[in-house]
Design a protein around this ligand. Sequence first.
Ligand code: UGA
Length: 433
Amino acid sequence: MKISVIGCGYLGAVHASAMAELGHEVIGIDVDERKIGELAAGRPPFFEPGLPEILTSATASGRLRFSTDMADAAGAEVHFLAVGTPQTAGSHAADLRFVDAAFEGLIPHLADGALVVGKSTVPVGTATRLAERLAEVAPHASLAWNPEFLREGFAVKDTIEPDRLVYGVADDAAAATLDEIYRAALDAGTPRIVTDYPTAELVKVAANAFLATKISFINAMAEIAEATGADVTQLADAIGHDARIGRRFLNAGVGFGGGCLPKDIRAFSARAEELGRGDSVAFLKEVDSINLRRRQRVVDLAVEALGGSVNERRVAVLGVTFKPDSDDVRDSPALDVAVQLKGLGAEVVATDPEGLENARLRHPQLAYEASTTEALRDADLVVLVTEWSEYRGLDPAEVRDLVSNPTVIDGRNVLDPVSWRAAGWTYRGLGRP
Ligand code: UGA
């Protein structure tokens, strides 16, 4: 099929490349000229495993092109809206300016029978509003909402082999068009839920709210574990064996961040309040508070580990991205901890395999070091806050010789306390004795 993807960020660039990989003819559109230039040259403007390969093969095949001109979307039968919906400054609500601008910009270019497919995460009610607008100004086109559940770091796989497809549609024709696009996944047995607009929009925010709640639940248990001498990692293993609970997303630590979970739970609360149902998701405020407290907990542990003050002490911060296998530092707990320690006077040296460029743009006041060895050299304290495999695999005996004081705070509970202690380290985990 002929497809356009409006918005070429983490979501759109992967979606456009994956659709071309599946054999569709795709044009990716974005207002950011630099981003479009990079993508057209086959270079992803962000780190995502597997993306360079499909981007290069799709651009070389001629099935994938990029443009900054919305008019180039004109020939497509299906237009995916994949622009961002960040948190509004000074409020918890989602900022829909990019969605509205992309939608309005697209309207003059919609061919007869074209289908506009929303992928962006939006407050429930948005699709109905856009469908009404379409009925007024472009009745020859229609709208579907098809939320995306990809995880950064696994985005290509999640797009090509999703664990479910959700279509919010107003008629069977839209569902049939989406079936044609996702034929390969459907043939492989991917479950598909065909529903209305509000359900499709809510599925997305409910899924992220549930995941955030699961993480904050285990982090709340970590707080209790800290007060009682229990070990939250063993607790998670034990409750995780109950198939109704499950072990995934029960890793206690410095908490969740990124461009999705934090802003999505806040936007959900804001929307629920607008609907007069704020009480129904009041617990999400608690989920957010528990999450933010974990960052403070790591900072407090650092102060405690250095005898009451981090001032002028050298702290090696391992990781700046919000999770491994990503260069994304949006709302990153790791970067937040580094910034807070710096604010307390510490000589912070932050390192990360992929995130340093983005971190430097946001927080030029921090010292960054690409080499893990150099970041660790002469450190008075080591704080692991993003569980890159390189850090998980550090040899405690080797690292012991680099630092000036062998104390480590394992903000992701991924190091083995026994072997680190045996190598002479003072080890502190989160929610572990
Ligand atoms: C999340 C969802 O997992 C995706 O399904 C969704 O499509 C996406 O948001 C989105 O809305 O676009 P992502 O932001 O890539 O994906 O990251 P996750 O893998 O969900 O991790 C989020 C945060 O939770 C990370 O900071 C991670 O370190 C943290 N986390 C995760 C924990 O602290 N503990 C865990 O057990 C799991």
